[in-house]
Every structure is written in structure tokens, then in C-alpha cells.
Design a protein around this ligand. Structure first.
Ligand code: NAD
Length: 359
């Protein structure tokens, strides 16, 4: 039976519309193979939305997203909006989207494509076969805890304060997401905290440990964040799925991603308890190369694969896209950002066409 899904496309700014166009063609080519009917609607976000409506996240965009099964976002931002007040900047649209959809889980895979191993700064024998998923809590912890601010004492001395706080429900819901993802992967989950120093981390560790019996097939381990940062560089292959709080996850997900060495290849997903998730590349809008057919669309294409797997439960279709990316790299086809000697350099559109040919 045909499965129908409605997908909101948010191309945004800079290279966004280019990489989105290639990705939509890929999705349209995949859909009939798996009996999927994908209904796309486009909406405004970021600088494009500011220019058209004055707001980086118009209410109509949020409503369209809420009504859909998944949201595919490209990137926002650009020099021309850099000097606007913070509330009117493109980035505010992104934060508003995450809040508006209640996205509390951020999934950041770091997968090494053997064809691109030279792009990593680490030795091939250390990173060959690395396949890590970092699950980061996105809406709690130190970025949101109260009190926060810069306070002035009676003696006019200033004190900056942020509060790292987690309710047990917040820990439980991100732990559940992480255990379920680990179940779909290699069934190893490493929870990262700072329980030797922080009370909030001790609660984190207790709650994650308490949930483990519900997932007897998943092997749970714990690491302190400083050790985790070292282990990621020393022996990244020991990790499968990592779960951690907002601050630690912010840092570790960037560290893990950079093991791969190529920003144009990194997808991400943000999920809530219910409603649509948002799927987007890790990179920004790359205004320096926008409109020149130079962008690498693969992070966006891989984000669409994550959308199929984690947003629409279409695992096989996701795998087909990932295999197509693999095959195109195998053929030696490269955009400028991942180019190396002896490979064939192409632009964004030709990379999209190469994927279609493989599919
Ligand atoms: P960036 O990721 O846009 O670009 C960094 C460098 O990587 C640039 O040299 C760029 O050309 C290159 N690059 C990025 N993606 C590429 C791709 N797909 N193919 C080829 N090369 C690629 O980061 P930046 O320059 O710091 O930021 C530019 C704008 O993007 C800013 O306005 C920033 O606020 C915004 N931004 C948005 C997001 C997002 O939408 N999630 C994330 C980061 C930055």
C-alpha cells in the first residue's frame, strides 16, 4: 500500500536552495521504488523570510511545519543580515523552530566514508570504520537553566551565572531515544557525564542506569566527559551510540563530526516526543560559494536519508540513499570541498545528477 507523507522544505539562504533542489530530485527518484508518495510544500525561514515578511520564522512557516510529517531544512544566514538585532537575525528562526516543535533530541552521526579517509586529520588506522551516533539533549541543561545572567552585587562587582539543571523526566526521555537508537545500531550505548563533580550529572547517571533493564540487548557504559573527549581522538571505533546533555553534547558532537574531516558530508536530525522532526546538514549557508554551483549537496542528501529513517520509519529507502552516496564517491566523483588528486571534480547539480544515475 502506498504510504503518503507530507514534507515541509525550508531551503533558507545561501547554498540552501541549491542543495535542497538536488535533494528533492533524489527523494523523488527514491519514492516510487518504495511505494512512497511524498508531498512537498516549501516555506520561508531565515534571511529569506526576513526579506519577505520581516520575521526569521513567520507563524505560517511554523504552522506548515507542525502540519507535516517531517521538516527538511537546508541552512540559514548570510552577511546581509549579520547586523540586525539578535531577535531579528536568521539564527533566531532556527531556535524558534526547535522550540516551536519541541525538539529535545539532536542526533549527529559521524560516519567515515573510506573514500574520503584522507580528509581526516587522524591516521587511517585510527578512523577506518568509525560509525558513531551522538545523541545530544537539546532543550535543557546549562543553556536554559535558571538563574542565568550577569548580576551586579551591592559592591558593584559583577557575577556571571548559568545553571546546569535537569529534571528526571528530561533525562528519561532523551535516554529512551538513545536506547532505541542504539537498538537499531550496534547495541552499545555510552552515557557521558561529569558525575564525579556535578550533582546534576549524578542524577543523569542514576536515571540512565535505571532505564538499562528495559533494554537488555543494549550494552550500557558510562564515561566522564573529559575522558570521552580523549577517547574520541584516541580510539573512536570503541563508540557506537553516545548520549549526553546539552553542553557536553554541543562539544562532543562537533569533535566526533570533525573526525570525518569534511563539513559538506555531515547530516543531523532533531526529534521531539511527537510531531515532525527537523533534518538538516550540520554546515551553514556558505555564503562565500552561494549561487555558483559549487556546494556539496551530500550532507543535505544524507539528512534526507535520516528523515526517512528516524522521521518516517522508512529504513530501506534511507539505506538506498546512503548506498547511492557511497557509490558516487566510489566512482571518484567529488565536489570541490572533498576533492583530492585523481578524482573527478563536479558542481552541486552534477553531483545530484550522479546520484540519480546510481539510484
Ligand atoms: P558555513 O558552514 O556556512 O561555512 C564554513 C566553510 O565551509 C565555508 O568555507 C563554506 O564554503 C564551506 N562549506 C559549508 N558547507 C559547504 C558545502 N555544503 N559544500 C561546500 N563547502 C561548504 O559556516 P560559516 O561560514 O561560519 O557561516 C555562514 C553562515 O551560515 C552564517 O550566517 C552562519 O550564521 C550560518 N550558519 C547556519 C547554520 C545553520 O543553518 N544550521 C549553521 C552554521 C552557520
Amino acid at each position: 500500500m502506498t504510504q503518503k507523507y507530507s514534507i515541509t522544505l525550508l531551503p533558507g539562504d545561501g547554498i540552501g536552495p541549491e542543495i535542497m533542489a538536488s535533494t528533492v530530485l533524489v527523494l523523488q527518484a527514491i519514492a516510487p521504488k518504495f511505494d512512497l508518495e511524498l508531498d512537498f510544500q516549501e516555506a520561508l525561514i531565515g534571511g529569506a523570510a526576513i526579506d519577505a515578511t520581516g520575521s526569521p520564522l513567520p507563524e505560517a512557516t511554523l504552522e506548515t511545519c507542525r502540519q507535516s510529517d517531517a521538516v527538511l531544512l537546508a541552512a540559514i544566514g548570510g552577511y546581509q543580515w549579520d547586523n540586525l538585532p539578535r531577535q531579528q537575525r536568521p539564527e533566531t528562526g532556527l531556535l524558534g523552530l526547535r522550540q516551536g516543535l519541541g525538539l529535545f533530541a539532536n542526533l549527529r552521526p559521524a560516519t567515515i566514508f573510506p573514500q574520503l579517509i584522507e580528509a581526516s586529520t587522524l591516521k587511517p588506522e585510527v578512523i577506518t570504520g568509525v560509525d558513531i551516533m551522538v545523541v545530544r539533549e537539546l532543550t535543557g541543561g546549562i543553556y536554559f537553566g535558571q538563574p542565568k545572567g550577569i548580576f551586579t552585587s551591592e559592591t558593584q562587582k559583577k557575577r556571571g551565572v548559568n545553571t546546569m539543571a535537569y529534571h528526571e523526566e528530561e533525562i528519561d526521555r532523551i535516554a529512551k531515544v538513545a536506547f532505541e537508537i542504539a537498538q537499531k545500531r550496534n547495541k552499545k550505548l555510552c552515557s557521558v557525564d561529569k558525575a564525579n563533580v556535578l550533582d546534576v550529572s549524578q542524577l543523569w547517571r542514576d536515571r540512565v542506569t535505571a532505564m538499562a533493564p528495559l533494554y537488555p540487548d543494549v550494552e550500557l557504559s558510562h564515561l566522564y566527559v573529559d575522558n570521552a573527549a580523549m577517547q574520541l581522538i584516541r580510539n573512536p571505533r570503541q563508540f557506537d551510540t553516545i548520549v549526553t546533555g546539552n553542553l557536553f553534547g554541543d562539544i562532543l558532537s562537533d569533535e566526533a563530526a570533525m573526525l570525518t574531516g569534511s563539513i559538506g558530508m555531515l547530516p543531523s536530525a532533531s526529534l521531539g516526543a511527537k510531531g515532525p522532526g527537523v533534518f538538516e546538514p550540520v554546515h551553514g549557508s556558505a555564503p562565500d560559494i552561494a549561487g555558483q554551483d559549487l556546494a556539496n549537496p551530500l550532507a543535505q542528501v544524507l539528512s534526507a536519508a535520516m528523515m526517512l529513517r528516524y522521521g518516517l520509519n522508512q529504513d530501506e529507502a534511507a539505506t538506498t540513499i546512503e548506498k547511492a552516496v557511497w557509490n558516487v564517491l566510489e566512482k571518484g566523483i567529488r565536489t570541490g570541498d572533498i576533492m583530492s588528486d585523481g578524482m573527478k571534480k563536479v558542481g552541486c547539480q552534477a553531483m545530484g545528477a550522479a546520484l540519480l544515475e546510481v539510484i
